[in-house]
Design a binder for this molecule. Sequence first.
Ligand code: AMP
Ligand code: ZN
Length: 665
Amino acid sequence: MSIQEKITTLREELRGHNYNYYVLDEPTISDYEFDIKLKELQKLEEAHPEFHDPTSPTLRVGGEVTKNFETIQHEHRMYSLDNSYSKEDLEDWEKRIQRILGDVDVEFTCELKYDGASISLTYEDGLLVRAVTRGDGFQGDDVTTNIKTIKSVPLQLKGDYPPKFDIRGEIILTLDGFAQMNKERVEAGEDPYMNPRNTASGSLKLQDSALVAQRPLECLLYSIVGKNVDISTQFEVLEKARAWGFKVPTVAKLRKTTDEVMQFVEHWDEKRHNLPYETDGVVIKVNSLRHQEELGYTAKAPRWAMAYKFKAEQVSTVLNEITYQVGRTGAITPVANLEPVLLAGTTVKRASLHNADQIEKLDIREGDTVFVEKGGEIIPKIIAVDFTKRPADSTPTIYIQNCPECETPLVRKEGEAQHFCPNDTGCPTQITGRIQHFISRKAMDIEGLGGETVELLFKEGLIANYADLYVLTKEQIMPLERMAEKSAENLVNGVAASKSIPFERVLFALGIRYVGETVAKKLAKAYKNIDALMVASEEELVAVDEIGGRIAESVVQFFGNPDNVAIVDRLKAYGLQFSLSEEQLENQSEKLKGQTFVVSGVFESLGRTELKKLIEDNGGKVASSISSKTSFLVAGANMGPSKKTKAENLGVPIISEQDFLSKLD
Ligand code: AMP
Ligand code: ZN
């Protein structure tokens, strides 16, 4: 046998063993034998780099180091899921679906909701070319190098896969693997990790892929996206993915009625404790992909899928102390400090108490034994007091009246649940909180600067607001604790680099109350630059699509404060982006202003998402169902018959993709 043949044979053989072990969970040789063969291959490859193969099983051990994970735009957005908690919720959902689809039979695929970190894998000609985290759904981080070390992710597919597609799944840590990892950590004198989900998601962003390779991560797949993928149902998606070599749990089942779906849910609500990994619910999906197309998406989630959340687990423990946190907007959050207790696999020490009303309503007091529940959220919540265990000397909780950070008397506005510290320019936590928000990833994403450094810089009197960051010098920073020349330089460079962050993110970074990421995007698009936005009145603002009174009031108030205006002026002078770029402007127009479109069917030159974006970028509105207010129905191939009839009945013009595109010429 020639060297080349030897290498190829070993690779084939090891690939097969990986597949048997990690995908099928049915190893046919011992770990020891596997290691010997792997080492043999490694040696041969080292001696003969001319036979390099990017899909070789030896690459699974990692070693490549990623300094910065590149941000990648998702070709198809990664959505969240809507949640349901009861049979009634599911029935309502089914009714909504039937209303849109008309009188057709709808089947459902039921899958488990794996609790890990979502991932999108891109395959071209059967090879894994890219792996991207979900990020904010629109863009994520390129973590390909790390993902390649996860053995259940095929580097090379088998069977008749399409030439190019994305497949989505969840990166998880098995419970056994997690326990083993923690055991090793404790033995090595390190703190154990909190829970499998956070650890799995943290693993994806480790810089050293060799460390990732050592973690018992798995990738479970559940959805395929892409054009020219010849599949017609979700159930088939799962079967095909399995046939191409992906790990797809076989618990998924096809169900015809809500009753059958509920049986699946109830079965797994009980049996989930026997699964090798954590699940927090079931995901129910409309089986026909054509129906899925027709149902489309809301702003946040597909209409064709629904998560059914399992009821969270509960424990009781003693509440030792109530403390109060101050947020960046001055909002006060009471926190319950608990006697540590194990809940759903994690040790719980703190729980949110939300606000004064909540404490009063549940009559929560220090020293009480309370019931704690953990839903999907990271911070668990207290749902009730165990009054049978209340100590005899217990006294009602008196909510604080002054800010725990600056002593200012707290205020509570009419109709608001939260107490606030009104000292927004002088309360240290609010000041640093705002700066921390400003530099955060989704805002200015300033590299080389973290939350603790912000506190330090503030404490040392080097910054008093976020504009001050832009005049910091290396010389000022270097003398600080834990700062070396290199880190000071990184900080200054990171701040300078943030000057190219686009307008909508700068707007988000300013930290105007109620102006989150999505609202910032909407405002940026509507006003195009900060000068126009700064002079907008409440009436003008609420006229912008999806901007409500509360947001409008907050924006006007923010720019009505001369301190804020002065800071914005400084930021402008430092060169931050305060208007949409040429490119952003070029792709926008008002050509479709006042027109509402419904999009249905499959299109030739554009994806549905692209089509919808075009409509919105050009001032039009996209609606999901046809009404008398609809201006046009843009019809692609295989459009649902019920939509067509409805449009005809209401006299809504039906236009083709070409007709639509010509409106933009
Ligand atoms: P959420 O983040 O709670 O809105 O839930 C949406 C997430 O559930 C998706 O981003 C996926 O990462 C995850 N997920 C887990 N299992 C599944 C599944 N079987 N089908 C679809 N999504 C799933
Ligand atoms: Zn305060």
